[in-house]
Structures are given as C-alpha cells and as structure tokens.
Ligand binder design. Structure first.
Ligand code: AMP
Length: 189
C-alpha cells in the first residue's frame, strides 16, 4: 500500500498515520518528524528547520524532497509506505509523482482528513498545552493554518484530478472512529 495522508495542522494526521502504518505493515514517514529530529541533533539542517518551523512556514522543496527520496529507497519501503505531511504543495506533489512513476510504483490513494477550522484551533491549542511543541504557539498556529490554505490546500484538486483523493471526516468522532472511517474509505482501493 502506497499512501499519502494530508490535511490541515491539527487534523490528526500523526495519530492516524501510526494506526494506518500498523494496519498495512508499512512505515509511516513524517517529514515534520524528520525535521524535529534534525533540530534535536543540532545539525545545520536542524538550525534552519527550527527557524522555519517556528514561523509556521515551509522548508525548501528541494531539501524536503531530498529527505523523502532518500528515505523511500530504504528496504523497509519495499512493500509500500505512508507519507504524513509530505507533499505539502503541488511542486512537492509533482516531484513525488515523477519519482514514483520512474520506479513504476504509483500511489494507491491520498487520504484527506477534513476538519473545520474552529475545531483545528481548539485542538492545536490543547496540544500546545500538553506537548509544548515550539511551533504550537497561538501566533505560529495561525501562520501554519495560513500556510496550509496558501500552499497545501491545492493538493486537494491536484489529487482529485488524478482520481486518488479519498476524503475522510476527521472531526466525526474520536481517533478510533476516524480510523474506522479511513479504513472504510480505503476499502475500494
Ligand atoms: P508537521 O509535523 O507535519 O506539522 O510539520 C512541522 C513543520 O515541519 C511544518 O510546519 C513545516 O515547517 C515543516 N515541514 C514538514 N513537512 C514539510 C514539507 N513537506 N515541506 C516543507 N516543510 C515541511
């Protein structure tokens, strides 16, 4: 199973990614986690990532795609993968599409977690209090939602045109019921 999971910040991508990756026995690859790991390691990439993440913007496409491309060549992706947080714009989506086409391993589906903005704000503020992520301050949350609207929302028509888009109501109950809805939506795939 080769899947992309996307949706606005706070939609529950991380939670669903963990469950879906277990269910389909494929690794969950989160570019956000890759950048957070680089920040922790204190590398040059991490320094740049911290600046970008704290302002709610996006890392450069070439750097981000480079990380993903390298990760996809590892053996554990042989039977598939679940991408969480990548692609984030149509440039990245086109890079991914070309890479996968060259390997003759196209995507099976793109799950889109839909959640209304008021609910996203509520969840992100709650997460800020619990996890203390440095990009969960009120100002950064607003900037990240704006980045989503400006950059990432365009993935919806992009994947819809390709017949890959699988929308799921990400606000229709707790994490378990959203997971059930994801599996039901993926049934025909
Ligand atoms: P996430 O955990 O997916 O919300 O990602 C946290 C932050 O990492 C984002 O706000 C971006 O600054 C950066 N990031 C994650 N994925 C990408 C991506 N595909 N392209 C560019 N920046 C990204």
């Amino acid at each position: 199973m080769r899947l992309v999971l996307f949706g606005p910040p706070g939609a529950g991508k991380g939670t669903q990614a963990t469950r879906l990756s277990e269910k389909f026995s494929v690794p969950a690859l989160s570019t956000g986690d890759m950048f957070r790991a680089a920040v922790k390691e204190g590398t040059e990439l991490g320094r740049q990532a911290k600046q970008v993440m704290d302002t709610g913007g996006l890392m450069p496409d070439s750097i981000t795609f480079g990380l993903v491309q390298e990760r996809l060549t590892r053996a554990d992706c042989g039977d598939g993968f679940l991408l969480d947080g990548f692609p984030r714009n149509t440039v990245q989506a086109e890079l991914l599409e070309a890479h996968l086409a060259a390997q003759d391993t196209p995507l099976d589906a793109v799950l889109f977690l839909e959640v209304p903005e008021a609910e996203l704000l509520r969840r992100l503020k709650g997460r800020a209090e619990q996890e203390g992520r440095s990009d969960d301050t009120e100002e950064t949350i607003r900037a990240r939602l704006q980045t989503y609207e400006q950059e990432t929302a365009s993935l919806r028509p992009f994947y819809d045109q390709r017949g890959l888009l699988v929308p799921v109501d990400g606000a229709g109950g707790d994490a378990d019921s959203v997971f059930t809805a994801c599996l039901a939506a993926l049934q025909p795939v």
